[in-house]
Design a binder for this molecule. Structure first.
Ligand code: HEM
Length: 557
């Protein structure tokens, strides 16, 4: 403290003392206590009140509607109490009769949105303002301190990784380079199911050529295989299986990826109150740490070994995406990416790919089994365009609008997650007439948009035809108008849109072309039970009866 200020402070004290101590020193000290206990806090409160009022008067627009927050914690108590948390948020929007709401979690304003028009304001008009991501415990863990493109906040690291993915990993030329690898896994998909049918024919005394297939398992393993093949040039982490199906290692890997996905941006309480971080109150951190251990057990040794091979000159020509990651150079000819960046980005790419295509194909087939005329229509389209003497190829997919419409419809109604990845604002701005403070987390609701009755007539009815109007299927699976969420748009839009479309459509088209699907004969069900669980999956993995419908030689490698 400077001498000038200490002097004036002392003078003030002397003045106060002079007025009262002459009559009673006790009263003076009581007065000081009164000052400390009442006046000072009151002054602070008045100051806070005035500055809030001033801020409010500066902000012309109100916040979007929402429940009144408690002091300091905001609506965290309600969030903690109401599970699943996404259902509570959607219920609130209904109660407030709004397509944009505001919930305060700790100091963070969380803004769920279910209107395509307002979503467009966020991701088109104000795209640059909403191009960051929140810092959360789980994303920090799997991205190894925000080294990756998908979850890093706006900044140099995000720009660097996004540039790498756009120009080197997911460019049209690179996807073409990887075509043979994707084909290998698409051929394996039909071979695996064919082998299941053959296996059951041998053991079955009725010698039928069909069998009940767990569609979720084959779909998830297809997406995992495609990525493993493109990234590591392998399907198996271990010895593998003759019939092309997954071994324990691949099953453990896929299960860990899906376990982790459920906890990414899952409203972890300590993300909103940093004081709670050490306690892992909702257990999210533990689940993600365990899942990450499994994932890293399989992926990291392959990366380490390959980096070494390049260092020792044992590898000089790239054969897969891992080689590409390792051999990208900066302007000075040095490796652009560290081994840690490569490992984290590979994990993120696997997470980004395994879920949406497999979930969409499983839901599409489940819905179509309950409306068999839709299966018939899709198969007729494939037979007309491709025939029965060869398997569907990627180049056929743009000529299959009905199959595309079925996949779009599955993504519309049955999103894998309730919300899009959060977009964080880097400035305050007014959207749809509401004040959106800096640092807000905007959550476009995949459920709210895809099932919005104002936008979609009978929103829960699976009706692929609605996507055939206005030639929407020419877009593949993209939905740039944000009437439902697939790849979104703008600076943080999905970078794997083309690849995601190819994987999803290839999976669905090969399933439909390769096999005649029906409801299993022995389970006394006339319809597939379409109940969804709290994670938005079909409550029970889809079991469907498959019979090969093509000449046997097409299923062989
Ligand atoms: C049908 C398949 C897919 C769907 C539906 C999908 C959907 C999405 C969505 C909704 C986002 C968030 C967009 C936003 O924040 O506004 C996203 C981001 C992202 N996706 Fe995809 N995705 C798919 C496939 C893929 C594939 C195959 C890859 C790459 C191999 C990929 C890589 C990414 C990355 C890196 C981001 C983060 C972009 C950023 O934050 O800058 N996705 N995806």
């Amino acid at each position: 403290m400077s001498s000038a200020s200490s002097l004036s402070f002392n003078q003030w004290r002397i003045d106060v003392h002079d007025d009262h101590s002459a009559t009673s020193p006790l009263r003076a000290s009581k007065f000081l206590t009164f000052l400390q206990l009442v006046l000072l806090p009151a002054t602070v409160l008045i100051f806070i009140f005035l500055s809030k009022t001033l801020m409010k008067s500066k902000r012309v627009a109100p916040l979007p509607p929402g429940p009144k927050p408690w002091p300091i914690v905001g609506n965290l108590p309600e969030l903690f109490k109401n599970k699943p948390r996404y259902k509570w948020l959607h219920r609130l929007m209904k109660e407030f009769n709004t397509e944009i709401a505001c919930i305060r979690l700790g100091r963070v304003h969380v803004i769920p949105v279910a209107s395509p028009e307002i979503s467009m304001e966020f991701l088109k008009k104000y795209d640059a303002v909403f191009a960051s991501r929140p810092i959360t415990v789980t994303t920090n863990m799997f991205s190894n301190g925000f080294l990756t493109a998908g979850v890093s906040p706006w900044g140099d690291q995000w720009k660097k990784m996004r540039r790498v993915l756009t120009s080197e990993i997911l460019s049209p030329a690179r996807l073409k380079w990887l075509l043979a690898k994707r084909n290998e896994e698409a051929d394996n998909l039909v071979r695996v199911i064919y082998n299941m049918c053959k296996g059951s024919a041998i053991s079955d005394t009725c010698s039928t050529s069909g069998t009940v297939v767990d569609v979720r398992t084959v779909s998830q393993h297809f997406t995992g295989n495609v990525m493993r093949r493109m990234i590591f040039n392998k399907r198996y982490y271990g010895k593998g299986r003759e019939d092309g199906g997954p071994c324990f290692e691949e099953q453990e890997h896929i299960q860990a990826l899906f376990a982790m996905l459920l906890y990414v941006y899952a409203f972890c309480v300590s993300d909103y109150m940093s004081i709670l971080k050490p306690f892992d109150l909702d257990g999210h951190e533990k689940v993600v740490r365990n899942a990450l251990k499994v994932i890293k057990k399989y992926e990291d040794p392959i990366v380490d070994e390959r980096v070494q091979m390049w260092k020792e000159g044992k590898r000089t020509e790239p054969e897969d995406l891992l080689d590409i990651f390792i051999s990208i150079k900066d302007d000075d000819g040095n490796p652009l990416l560290s081994t840690e960046e490569i490992k984290a980005q590979i994990t993120e790419l696997l997470l980004a790919t395994v879920d949406n295509p497999s979930n969409a194909a499983e839901w599409a087939l489940a819905e179509m089994l309950n409306q068999p005329e839709q299966i018939q229509k899709a198969v007729e389209e494939i037979d007309r365009v491709v025939g029965k003497e060869r398997l569907v190829q990627e180049s056929d997919l743009p000529k299959l609008p009905y199959v595309t419409a079925c996949a779009r419809e599955a993504l519309r109604i049955h999103s894998i997650a309730p919300f899009n990845l959060p977009h964080v604002s880097t400035a305050e701005v007014t959207v749809a007439g509401y004040f959106i403070p800096k640092g807000s987390q905007v959550l476009l609701s995949r459920l709210g948009l895809g099932r919005n009755p104002r936008v979609w007539e009978e929103p829960l009815r699976f009706d692929p035809e609605r996507h055939l109007k206005d030639n929407l299927c020419e877009l593949g699976l993209a939905e740039p108008e944000l009437r439902f969420i697939t790849f979104t748009r703008g600076r943080r839009g999905c970078m794997g849109g083309t690849l995601g479309t190819l994987i999803t459509l290839m999976l669905l088209a090969r399933l439909l072309q390769g096999f005649k699907w029906s409801i299993p004969p022995n389970n006394n069900m006339e319809k597939i039970d379409l109940t969804e669980n709290d994670q938005l999956f079909l409550a029970e993995p889809l079991q469907a009866y498959a019979e090969p419908r093509l000449p046997p030689h097409l299923y062989q490698p």
